[in-house]
Design a protein around this ligand. Sequence first.
Ligand code: FE2
Length: 139
Amino acid sequence: MEPWVDDLSVGNAAIDADHQKLIVMVNEVEAMIRARCGKALPQALEQLEQHLQIHFVREEKIARAVNFPFGANRMGHEYVLKEFQHMKNELIAREGIWSDGAAEHYSHFLSDWITDHVLNEDMLLKPVLQTYPYGFDPT
Ligand SMILES: [Fe+2]
């Protein structure tokens, strides 16, 4: 997806910083998938998964601290982690060998997900987060 811009801000520094990092990592992984970097990909996927987990925990803590009803978002987090792990295992097992169609499929999964996560799911938090200081971080 496109690099992070101010329009993607959800009104909280910690969440925005996580999203910036996630977008960079997603774009790196996508480039590796398209270039079929079978060697570098497993580590990049592990790092992205770790950052996803860290981000979801942080986001859930912040949502709880501002009393935002986060149930639907939490289910979305669990779902995408499962899907991500499935994709990671598939890609690692294929050792750099996949079709153009599969590369497109995996890339779209990642960029569609990150776009939806930031613009649709987390944007719901913005009106509440904006009533707190931008640096608000209860974690
Ligand atoms: Fe998020």
